[in-house]
Design a protein. Structure first.
Length: 76
């Protein structure tokens, strides 16, 4: 199960294929889940800019847990 602060990679079925991101939020509505994934954008001119992408979990794979994450409770 994917949780907040997990590092994920987008699969080949997503337009962000191969990009890594950190799950910043998990939303649950009944049995459905949506993950908000923060993807750092280092080539942008503004320092620290992040793209936030939503996914239902079908296009992302967990590859680890971030040592430094978004803070707060894991079950937020």
């Amino acid at each position: 199960m994917i949780r907040k602060n997990d590092v994920v990679q987008f699969t080949e079925n997503h337009k962000w294929t191969g990009c890594l991101g950190i799950v910043s939020e998990v939303r649950e509505a009944g049995s459905a889940r949506r993950y908000m994934v923060g993807v750092p954008m280092p080539n942008n001119q503004e320092k620290g800019q992040v793209a936030y992408i939503f996914d239902d979990g079908t296009n992302i794979e967990q590859i680890g847990t971030a040592a430094l994450g978004f803070g707060g409770d894991e079950d937020d």
